[in-house]
Design a protein around this ligand. Structure first.
Ligand code: SAM
Length: 304
């Protein structure tokens, strides 16, 4: 427990997929005036230095956001063809790096915060259990001076979710919520906790928008999780969307090198109806820019 630090992985291909899907989802949800309850059950530290000791060790952003930004926003030369959802995401990242040098990567709390409406009743609730990351998250959020709009809790995000659903009604009486569940899966039981959490959440609040990130790795639990989520969504007769991105093997790696994470997926229950078309355009761009060898690919399936 607590050996995982997201700072080693910030801005990698998995963050790129997760945050492109998250941002595109939020953009759509924000079209409706009614306030939203936004819950990030596994928030991380919020902001990451891409030039710190942490990221030097893994250097994972180099095969993620750094590569993507270099290809689509080159300092000189012609940018490669992009997609609207990818452009929107790159604009967001560029906003955190006004010097033009990629030094800071915003995690999910800051991706979500960037979309909150000033005069609305949107509320963002962040859960992070790691003592250091939770302290860092609190300090990063304090800088926003967001008052009651954003709250940070050093609590188990799985357990915290249940009493938050259904969310409180807005002034017009409608209840709206988006939940991001993004554990580190460093303990095997996380896979079961995610599906149990979704099962319970769909009972308590069937119309919520639920986003789950998971690693695509050769482990039975990881393989079963998207199947289980699909079954739960189908049983509740809710629409779903499932996107994966695999960047493939690093060609510079030898046969004895550990491959690291090469693929991940996002499963969305009650996705915005616009999300599929956006990802049909965005996923090939991400693959084209980030794909690096054997095993690369992308998939997109949906129902409802
Ligand atoms: N969502 C973040 C983002 O996209 O920037 C990254 C989150 S990282 C993958 C997972 C985080 O969950 C880690 O910071 C870890 O310390 C934290 N964590 C692990 N178990 C938790 C739990 N039960 N409740 C809340 N946070 C937890």
């Amino acid at each position: 427990m607590f050996s995982y630090r997201h700072a080693f992985h910030a801005g990698n291909h998995a963050d790129v997929l997760k945050h492109v899907v998250l941002l595109a989802t939020l953009r759509h949800l924000m079209h409706k005036e009614a306030g939203l309850t936004l819950i990030d059950t596994h928030a991380g530290a919020g902001l990451y230095r891409l030039d710190s000791d942490f990221t030097d060790k893994g250097d994972e952003a180099r095969d993620g956001i750094v590569k993507l930004m270099g290809a689509l926003r080159p300092a000189s030369g012609q940018p490669a063809a992009s997609a609207a959802a990818v452009d929107d995401y790159l604009d967001l990242i560029a906003g955190f790096n006004p010097s033009g040098q990629l030094r800071v990567y915003p995690g999910s709390p800051f991706v979500v915060h960037s979309t909150l409406r000033a005069a609305s009743r949107d509320r963002l609730r962040l859960y992070e259990l790691h003592p250091t990351d939770s302290r860092t998250l609190s300090a990063n959020i304090a800088q926003l001076e967001a008052g009651r709009t954003v709250s940070v809790h050093r609590e188990d995000g799985f357990a915290a979710l249940r009493p938050l659903l259904p969310p409180p009604p807005g002034p017009g009486g409608s209840r709206r919520a988006m939940v991001l569940i993004d554990p580190s899966y460093e303990i095997k039981s996380d896979y079961h906790k995610v599906s149990a959490c979704i099962q319970e959440s769909l009972k308590r609040f069937p119309t919520g928008c639920y986003l789950v990130w998971y690693p695509v790795i050769p482990r039975p639990e990881a393989h079963d999780l998207p199947r289980r989520l699909r079954t739960l969504a189908n049983q509740s007769q809710r629409p779903w969307l499932h996107a994966t991105l695999a960047i493939g093997q690093d060609p510079s790696h030898g046969p004895d090198d550990r491959p690291g994470l090469t693929a991940s997926g996002m499963f969305v229950i009650n996705p915005p109806y616009t999300l599929k078309a956006q990802l049909q355009e965005a996923l090939p761009v991400l693959l084209n820019m980030l794909g690096r060898g054997r095993g690369q690919g992308q998939t997109l399936e949906s129902a409802g």
